[in-house]
Ligand binder design. Structure first.
Ligand SMILES: [Zn+2]
Length: 172
């Protein structure tokens, strides 16, 4: 599905919406189109709208306060991997390199669940399968595998930036 980046008046990346939703924000007068697809168009009742790639909210549209609150960890690993820059926090290999070696990134519990560790931001780290298997049922200290970064709770905005780093930089 084609997604559109939403930015604030101050060019702060906020999140993504579907292209259809972005067109609706524009038609409703809630956002301006900052960047559009060169050829793709949407036809609404009264106008033809270029497919937005980036929409900028108008000044009177309030930013969601949850943006600066803790992001949900979620059951899937999407948010976790984004927080950690899609790399293994033990060996430092990126997702592409891990995949080329025939492995995947996984969710590691720093203090293993079997030993009372929780399934929460501060106790989870992105780990490639080999590192996760090697660490097994041990803490990083016991396994002699120090973490490359301290697992912390990211805000929703930090995850947006991790996902749209390039685009965010353009506007930052
Ligand atoms: Zn690894």
């Amino acid at each position: 599905m084609s997604m559109t980046l939403v930015i604030s008046q101050g060019y702060l990346p906020i999140g993504t919406v579907t292209v259809q939703r972005a067109v609706q924000l524009y038609v409703d007068g809630k956002a301006e189109i900052e960047r559009a697809h060169p050829t793709r168009r949407f036809r609404s009742m009264r106008m033809v709208v270029p497919a937005p790639r980036i929409v900028r909210l108008r000044a009177n549209v309030k930013l969601p306060g949850r943006l600066f609150g803790a992001a949900p960890l979620g059951g899937g690993n999407h948010n976790l991997f984004d927080r950690d820059g899609r790399r293994c926090l033990y060996c430092g290999r990126g997702e592409a390199e891990v995949r080329r070696a025939g492995h995947r990134l996984t969710r590691d519990h720093v203090v293993p669940l079997s030993r009372g560790g929780s399934d929460a931001w501060r106790n989870v780290a992105t780990a490639c399968e080999p590192c996760n298997n090697l660490k097994a049922d041990r803490t990083p200290a016991e396994a002699g595998m120090p973490l490359l970064a301290e697992p912390r709770t990211p805000t929703a905005w930090e995850l947006v930036r991790a996902r749209h780093g390039e685009v965010a930089e353009l506007f930052w």
